[in-house]
Structures are given as C-alpha cells and as structure tokens.
Design a protein around this ligand. Structure first.
Ligand SMILES: [Fe+2]
Ligand SMILES: [Fe+2]
Length: 274
C-alpha cells in the first residue's frame, strides 16, 4: 500500500469537513455529519473492485408496543362491558353512602387497633378473635377505598376528627375492661349493620325498578350489592362475637351503648354531608 493511500485511508475526516467554518460546531444540524464521518473502505484488490455492491439488509419489523398493565383496582372486563349509568339522583346517593362507609370502616380499623393490645394483655385467649375482626375490618376499608375511587367519590373532610375519635373510643373502652370493649363492638356493629341494611334496601329497590322496566341490572349495581351484603354479614358476625364475649355484662351497659350508638349516628349524619 502506498503512503498516499495509507494516509487517505486513516484520515478521519474528509478535506471538505476540515474546511467547515468554526460556527458549524454551534449548529450541528448544518453539518453534513453523515458524509463527513462515514469512511469508504479503500481496497486495492481486483476482486474487491469487481464485486457487486451487497444488497441492503431489509429493515427489521418494529416490535409491537406492549399493552399497558391493568390498574390495581381494575374492573373485570365483564364489569366494564355491562356498566349501567346511574342517574344523577342515584349518583348522589352513592356519593353519600360510599363516603360514610369508607369513614366508618376506617373508624372500625382504628377502634380494633386501639383495643387489641390492651385486651390481649389481660385476656390472651382473645388474640385470634381480635385479629380475625381486625383483618376483616381492614378488608372492608380496602373495599370501600376501591369503590370510592371507581365511583369518583370524595372522602369525608372529617377524616382527621374520626381518626382521633375512633382511637380514643377503642383505647378508653379497652381500659375499662373486656366487657366494656365488647359492649363498644356491639353498639358500633348494631348501628353499622343497620346502616348497611338501609343501603342494601335502596339498591334492591333500584334493581327491582330496572327489572320492572325491562332493563338489565348492570354489573356495577350487582357488584355493589354483593359487597354490601358480604360486609353487612361480617359486621353482624362481629356483633355476635361481642355478645358471646359478655358485652351485656358491661357496666353501665345501657348508658354506654346508648352513648356510643348516638355517637355513631351523628358521625354518619355528618360524614354524609361533609
Ligand atoms: Fe367493617
Ligand atoms: Fe365490624
């Protein structure tokens, strides 16, 4: 290979590039970089000169974009396909109901969380029962978190107040003893169970009217009814546990349960509106 050829082969840029004015550095789009950087292989053999240019490789097909993952609380495809739009009046009812339910379940979680350590210290045999009820309340709370997100319902503004009140109620009744703690559970679950029953009755009326008018009851409504019935039954199970653990032996039972029940009704009334 001659000196001239070697020099030409290893020159990084063409003379044309070297003669570019300096300001091209500040405006890279003006520079014909592809022409400058690409080097044409210089070969001296006859075979390489005679050989035909290789065909360009076919462009690879672009990979298909992956489908986006479903969100955490995704509705089932069946639920999406059979959505029944609620009327504005029905939506207002759901706003109030779901807001109250979510706040009530948060309060229940906090009551059991405050009661459990004190109760099981003096009555270790209650540990499985308290854990079972706590776990169910946490599940209820999660269910209503998902439902208020799906139905775009605003949570109550009273959240911080209810959190403090529920913790104080759980702690104070557990301090007063097992019977008082169980009386608290009985009172709360009586009010909550009745509250869920009223909501189930309203939703059943809606379903009945739809069927009377020849409309299909949507999966949204069926799903709400399923959840409310399941949670209502679990609340009534808690009530039974409380009664079987001497809730009625609390002193003074009537005064205590009446105060707690009226407190629950007040909290429900406020949470529906605020
Ligand atoms: Fe609950
Ligand atoms: Fe409960």
């Amino acid at each position: 290979m001659s000196r001239a050829l070697i020099a030409k082969r290893f020159t990084p840029y063409s003379p044309r590039h070297q003669s570019l004015p300096v300001f091209d550095f500040l405006a890279p789009s003006l520079v014909p970089w592809t022409r400058c950087v690409r080097r044409v292989p210089i070969t001296t053999t006859a075979a390489s000169i005679d050989s035909k240019p290789k065909p360009k490789p076919k462009p690879k097909p672009k990979p298909k974009p992956k489908p986006e993952p479903e969100p955490h609380h995704a509705e089932s495809p069946q639920l999406r396909s059979k959505k029944h739009p609620f009327s504005p009046e029905q939506q207002r009812f759901l706003d109030r109901a779901l807001r109250v339910n979510q706040a009530g379940e948060l309060a229940a979680v906090l009551i059991y969380a405050a009661q459990t350590p004190l109760l099981i210290r003096s009555h270790p045999q209650l540990r499985p029962l308290m854990k079972h009820m706590y776990d169910q309340e946490e599940g209820h709370f999660q269910t209503f978190n998902d439902l208020i997100a799906r139905h775009r319902v605003r949570p109550t503004l009273m959240y911080p107040v209810w959190k403090a009140a529920a913790t104080a109620l759980g702690w104070s009744t557990a301090i007063m003893g097992r019977e008082t703690a169980m009386a608290c559970t009985e009172a709360v679950e009586t009010e909550i169970g009745g509250h869920y029953n009223e909501q189930i009755k309203v939703l059943l009326d809606w379903a009945e009217k739809m069927e009377t008018q020849g409309e299909e009851v949507g999966e949204e409504l069926k799903d709400l009814l399923r959840n409310l019935r399941r949670i209502r039954d679990e609340e009534l199970e808690h009530l039974d546990h409380a009664v079987s653990n001497d809730a009625k032996s609390a002193e003074p039972y009537e005064l205590l349960t009446n105060i707690i029940r009226s407190g629950c009704r007040t909290a429900i009334w406020i949470s529906e509106r605020v």
